[in-house]
Write a protein that binds this ligand. Structure first.
Ligand code: PGA
Length: 240
């Protein structure tokens, strides 16, 4: 099972280096793990992962490769630094930074075009779930996100119900099963088997029941990816 750790805006360079050293010493060089550090910690993480199969990627990037875009991160730079992945459309990017489906479609395309694997995040808010709109919302986000992309190139999907992110409220196995099969069904060929991760308060005490579900290929982990012990435990408990 894939375990991708989204550090969000956490850790200093020293903490990032110590984390990666400890992770390597505990899991060897397992390609199941992906670290998504804040952009400024990317070089530290890349240096510590030299020669390792553990992957890393950006949490966000712009859709242009270079130019007058103050404060932005180029997907080309992530690629040259050795990244393999970049998140696209995390709910915090959508809600806090106002990223639209149109913008995210361009980011998805840009990430693929430099040879990185985009991890497109989709998920409904509590209000959307309570009004029966989950399917419509996640399908719209999925279709819009993939609209300029190439299904022939690698991509991953993360289903992250907004109400479960950072709240300690994890989606139930039934909710995860439903959402993941809806997403799987809607994936275009030849990307039909793209990994679909679950994210939203994934923790050592709740991953086992989700990992056994069809169409759950791994986890996108926020809070519980900040400590090596929890991150590794999630991987161990989600083996099947
Ligand atoms: P969480 O975050 O595990 O802290 O809920 C998940 C995410 O936002 O990717």
């Amino acid at each position: 099972m894939i375990c991708a750790g989204n550090w969000k805006m956490n850790k200093t360079p020293a903490q990032a280096a110590a984390f990666v050293k400890q992770l390597r010493s505990e899991v060897g060089d397992s390609s199941d793990f992906v670290i998504l550090p804040p952009a400024l910690l990317a070089s530290t993480v890349a240096a510590e992962l030299q020669g390792s199969k553990i992957g890393w990627g950006g949490q966000n990037c712009y859709f242009e490769a270079k130019g007058a875009f103050t404060g932005e991160t180029s997907p080309m730079v992530l690629k040259e630094m050795g990244a393999g992945f970049c998140l696209v459309g995390h709910s915090e990017r959508r809600a806090i930074f106002g990223e639209t489906d149109q913008l995210l479609a361009k980011k998805f395309q840009a990430v693929q075009s430099v040879g990185l694997t985009p991890i497109l995040c989709v998920g409904e808010t509590l209000a959307e779930r309570e009004t029966g709109r989950t399917e419509e919302v996640i399908l719209n986000q999925l279709r819009a996100g993939l609209s300029l992309g190439a299904p022939v190139k690698p991509f991953w999907i993360a289903y992250e119900p907004v109400w479960a992110i950072g709240t300690g409220k994890v989606a139930t196995p039934d909710q995860v099963q439903d959402a993941h099969s809806i997403l799987r069904e809607a994936l275009p060929e030849p990307g039909k088997n793209a990994p679909i991760l679950y994210g939203g308060s994934a923790k050592p005490d709740n991953v086992a029941s989700l990992a056994s579900l069809n169409n759950v290929d791994g986890f996108l982990i926020g809070g519980a990816s900040l400590e090596v012990a929890d991150f590794v435990k999630i991987h161990t408990l989600s083996k099947r």
